[in-house]
Design a binder for this molecule. Structure first.
Ligand SMILES: [Zn+2]
Length: 200
């Protein structure tokens, strides 16, 4: 049997995972289907990731909370989830109880690619920042995937010229090409294909 504090932390953690999942989706995507009830319009901020499934709030309330309470969180989610949840949200219920770490150049590069700040992207690459950098909390998304997702053609060009690996996959197994196709951005699709990206 787990405590209310643990349960709260798990909910927050699952919500945090769901947010990362949304962040890895094409920008155009605004809804998803609940894997438990097939409700078709889970929107950002009302879904939870349970294992590898995305559940709507209702299913999460009705099933997951009850199940976690009765069976113990470990059975459904694995010990790792409880441990991660407690680490992140266990004491204050806020992520901020962890001392914020300074933003690394890798994270700066990801943010610049996401925002289409091509000058900063260039400067960071010139300073030797890993063009394929991934940072915790960004769903395994490389700068190239972020630029592709946000339709920043100039950043995509700069990253490719700097030798970005066009075949890397994010935590959901999606490549930059898949993301660009999801956005319907033919210009970026073409750039990626010319750089060697292929359907996998
Ligand atoms: Zn549902």
């Amino acid at each position: 049997m787990i405590t209310e504090t643990e349960l709260k932390a798990i909910r927050k953690y699952l919500h945090h995972l769901a947010e990362n999942w949304w962040n890895s989706q094409p920008a155009s995507r605004s809804t998803a289907t609940c894997d438990a009830c097939s409700y078709e319009s889970i929107k950002r901020n009302d879904g939870y990731l349970v294992g590898s499934n995305l559940w709507c709030e209702k299913c999460y309330e009705e099933k997951a909370v009850m199940w976690i309470k009765e069976e113990g969180a470990d059975k459904m989610l694995g010990y790792g989830v409880l441990a991660e949840a407690m680490k992140m949200f266990g004491t204050t219920g806020k992520k901020s109880d962890k001392t914020p770490s300074p933003v690394s150049n890798e994270e700066r590069l990801i943010l610049a690619a996401k925002e289409g700040d091509v000058q900063t992207v260039r400067a960071l690459l010139d300073a030797g920042t890993d063009v394929n950098a991934t940072v915790e909390g960004y769903a395994g998304m490389t700068p190239l995937m972020h630029a592709s997702r946000s339709n920043h053609v100039d950043c995509v060009k700069v990253l490719i010229s700097a030798g970005a690996n066009v075949r890397m996959k994010n935590e959901l197994g999606r490549t930059a090409l898949k993301i660009a196709e999801g956005n319907g951005n033919r210009e970026i699709v073409k750039l990626l294909e010319e750089a060697g990206a292929r359907e996998e």
